[in-house]
Structures are given as structure tokens and as C-alpha cells.
Design a protein around this ligand. Structure first.
Ligand code: FRU
Length: 457
């Protein structure tokens, strides 16, 4: 491991990054034996990700002090030889059970959609979060319904009333996204229950999630193939949740077509939720996205991408979910200032303000955050600073407040109590940035960084 790159320019202080190489989806998020565990899609030897992903592993007692324990799951059996793909964790009898997709690409002339690809659900256990048991295949392509293509993946497992459930994301043979539900009594034998799909919701649903907030059920997913529009699904792939899903024990129920995007920024995909020990539902996303036109200058320095700040979810009466930075991050706040007009400040910072009308916040004369007539814009007015990122918008019914968390190379914006969120990577030349504010008075906190120890490679 090149220790120099850990102190390099643009290294984040509030976000988890790969020590070296590539990161994508968060995996296996959980609280186990007094620690948070954050696994992630990792390719330490391929700055562009490649195919053969592994799982990297971070752990923390408090979300602020982190330890990277190394690469803990690698493709080393025939059933996962082309990648230890995304998956999830569940605690049972003081053991952590991990489920992931073992990706297999047969050699030959295949389209890898209808033929040539294996997608196995693989189960491993661990008693400390990083030493893994033997791998066991619990589901393979022949166990999925006939109408599924070879794209079936990203198991998310949870427990309800003593029964274990699994949701998988899939693509049908006629190019519709869908989710499959399975049920188990022991985490080893899984029975197929039900498929849900929806017209006009893309060709593939990745990284599904099924969770409760305040006793209400939600299905989250990352659909591919939704048409990109000016105010909706602005990125190449989308990510969001269905409002108010209802299931009975036998999985009959309703699945609403009201799809809400999690994040309207440039860099967000494949989030996963888990329950903190105090019952909060926490969401972490990949602050990046596949197949996009943007680049990240850190790639030239040896690493690429990070995860979002963990976000607490809460529910409004109409089912809308609010996302706000986990309150643990408040403990990193340092000196407080008042921003009026113009100010130079050292990254990272946390800005909060009440909003009373249209306003504009410009960072380094290159990135503009603007509310104008109920539309919020995030725009790289100096296009070269966006590395391919240009403009994103969200229509705000109302916007009474804003919070901006700026790290060394990213900005996350939370509007109206967390009803709208926008995330982007942002690569300023220096650690000091110039903020200009017009139409808004903000409080500005200097932020202390998290403590991250890198063990393993
Ligand atoms: C989403 C995804 C998942 C897959 C993983 C592979 O970004 O494509 O569906 O399991 O990444 O890294």
C-alpha cells in the first residue's frame, strides 16, 4: 500500500474511501458485536473497477473512528470466480451471516444477458467481521423463475416474525426490471415466494432493499434504463424507493408506482439501509455511479470513489422519507462562524441556514448552489471543474432550510429538513475554498476529520 496516497490532495476526511484502487457499492451494512461494519465493492488492483470485485471491510464503534481490516472476501471458488458482487448481512445467534452474488462469466461467445453468466447467492459466516467461514452456494440460476435472464443479484436479507426473507434484483428475459422474494427458516434453505415488477421502470433493478421506517414498509432499488429527463432521473442510472408498499404474510399486497429518488445530484447509486442499535434506519450510498460520463482526478493518484455520509431516515405523514446526516457527525463540528457575503474557509465544513427566499451560494466561483423560483440547482458554472458534471435540478415544493457538508472533494446538500438531497464530487485546487453567499445568512462550522486506521493491505 502506498502510504503517501493516504495523505494526498482530495483525500476525504468525512467519507470512507478505498485505501487504494476502486470502490463501488456499500455491502453488508450492520451493527455486530459492538461495532458498525461497512463492507464495500473493492478492486484494490484496478483503478477502473474491472469485473473481479472483492469485499473490503471497515469497522467502527461510533461511525467516527474507523479501521480498515483489509480485503475480506475474494473471488476464489468456481461459483464466484468473476467477482464477489454486492450483498448484505444479518446477525443470528451471535454470528454474522453474509450473503452476496457470486458472478461467473463463461468463456465463449455469449451475450451475458440470456446466456453465459452465472449469478449464485453465496452464504458465508464470520464471528469477528473479517475472518470468513467456507462459502456455501444457496441459490443458483436454475433456482430462479424461468422468465429471469442471467442478471439476478444483490441479495438483501432480513428477518420478520421469526422468518428470514431475501429480496434479489433481476432483469426478465424480455428486459423488465423486477425483484424476487425468497423465504427461509434457517438461512440455508430458501424457497421462492413472489416476483414484483412494474411497467416502464427500466430493464434491470439492482441493489434492492426492503425495510421498515416507523412501522411502514419500503422497497428501495436502483433501476437501470429509466429515461433521463431534465428534472427526473437525470443520471444514467437511478436510485430510489417506492412509497407505501403493503405486503401480507403471503406477499400479496400492493406496490406503488410512486418512485421517489433518493438523491438528485451527480454522484449517487446503489444505497443500502440497516438498523443502528438504537433503532434508527441508516442509509449509505455509493457516491459514484457506473457508466457515467464524468471522471475523477483522484484516479491518477491511485484511488477512485467514496461512500456517502451515513444518513438517518425519518418518515413524514405522506410516506416521504427524509434523509439527514447521522447525528454522530455533529460531534466533528469545530469553530463556528457566521457567513455573510464572502468568506474563505478550510475544508471540510458544515454549513446550515434558514431559507427565506431565493438565494445563491457559490464555491470557488465554480460550483453554484442556487434556489430560484422553487427550483434548486447544483451547477458547475466552470465546466472544467466538474470533470464532466454540468447541472442537476430538483423542484422543491418548499425549502425552509439548507445544510451543506463539504469534504475535501465532495459536497452533499440537504434541503428542507432532508426532503431533497444532492451529492456531487467536487475537486477544488486548494484546501481553502472561497464561499460567496447572496440572499442567505449561514452558520458555518469547521469540521474535524474522522479517524481512519488502515490495517490489512
Ligand atoms: C451496482 C452493481 C451491482 C453489482 C455490483 C458489482 O453498482 O452493478 O448490481 O452487484 O455493482 O460491483
Amino acid at each position: 500500500m502506498n502510504s503517501k496516497s493516504l495523505n494526498a490532495k482530495w483525500r476525504q476526511k468525512l467519507h470512507l474511501e478505498p485505501p487504494i484502487g476502486w470502490l463501488n457499492d456499500p455491502n453488508g451494512l450492520c451493527w455486530f458485536q459492538g461495532k458498525y461494519h461497512v463492507y464495500f465493492q473493492y478492486a484494490s488492483d484496478d483503478i477502473n473497477g474491472g469485473v473481479k470485485k472483492s469485499w473490503g471491510h471497515y469497522q467502527s464503534p461510533d461511525m467516527i473512528h474507523w479501521e480498515f481490516t483489509g480485503t475480506v472476501l475474494v473471488p476464489d471458488i468456481p461459483e464466484d470466480r468473476d467477482g464477489v458482487y454486492s450483498g448484505s448481512a444479518i446477525v443470528k445467534d451471535d454470528t454474522l451471516h453474509l450473503f452476496y452474488t457470486g458472478n461467473v462469466k463463461e468463456k465463449g461467445d455469449y451475450d451475458y444477458i440470456l446466456s453465459g453468466r452465472g449469478a449464485n447467492v453465496i452464504h458465508v459466516t464470520t464471528n469477528d467481521g473479517h475472518h470468513m467461514s467456507e462459502k456455501k452456494v444457496v441459490l443458483k440460476n436454475s433456482d430462479y423463475p424461468d422468465y429471469c435472464s442471467c442478471h439476478v443479484r444483490d441479495p438483501k436479507v432480513w428477518q420478520e416474525n421469526g422468518i428470514y426473507y431475501m429480496i434479489l434484483g433481476a432483469r426478465t428475459r424480455d428486459d423488465k426490471g423486477c425483484v424476487l422474494f425468497y423465504r427461509s427458516h434457517d438461512l440455508e434453505t430458501w424457497e421462492y415466494e413472489k416476483t414484483y415488477d412494474m411497467p416502464k421502470m427500466g430493464y434491470m433493478w439492482e441493489c434492492p432493499d426492503c425495510f421498515m421506517v416507523d412501522g411502514h414498509r419500503y422497497i428501495g432499488l436502483s433501476p437501470q434504463g429509466l429515461p433521463q429527463e431534465t428534472e427526473k432521473n437525470q443520471n444514467v442510472f437511478s436510485s430510489g424507493y417506492f412509497l407505501n408498499c403493503h405486503f401480507n404474510d403471503n406477499f400479496s399486497g400492493s406496490f406503488h408506482s410512486n418512485f421517489q429518488e433518493w438523491d438528485y445530484g451527480f454522484d449517487f447509486y446503489a444505497p443500502q439501509t440497516f438498523e443502528a442499535p438504537d433503532g434508527r434506519r441508516i442509509l449509505i450510498g455509493w457516491m459514484g455511479i457506473g457508466d457515467s460520463a464524468y471522471t475523477n482526478p483522484t484516479a491518477a493518484l491511485g484511488w477512485q470513489h467514496c461512500l456517502t455520509i451515513p444518513r438517518e431516515l425519518s418518515r413524514l405523514e405522506d410516506g416521504t422519507l427524509l434523509q439527514n446526516p447521522m447525528k454522530e457527525y455533529d460531534s466533528l463540528r469545530g469553530e463556528k462562524m457566521t457567513l455573510k457575503g464572502e468568506q474563505k474557509i478550510l475544508l471540510p465544513f458544515d454549513l446550515t441556514a434558514q431559507v427565506t427566499g431565493d438565494f445563491e451560494i457559490v464555491i470557488n466561483n465554480s460550483l453554484t448552489l442556487r434556489l430560484q423560483e422553487n427550483m434548486f440547482y447544483m451547477e458547475f458554472n466552470d465546466r472544467s471543474m466538474g470533470y464532466g458534471r454540468t447541472i442537476r435540478r430538483v423542484r422543491t415544493k418548499q425549502c425552509r432550510d439548507i445544510r451543506v457538508i463539504a469534504d475535501m472533494s465532495s459536497i452533499e446538500v440537504y434541503l428542507d429538513g432532508g426532503r431533497y438531497v444532492m451529492s456531487t464530487r467536487f475537486y477544488p485546487d486548494e484546501e481553502h475554498v472561497l464561499i460567496k453567499a447572496d440572499g442567505i445568512n449561514a452558520e458555518l462550522y469547521k469540521m474535524n476529520g474522522m479517524e481512519v486506521r488502515i490495517n490489512g493491505e
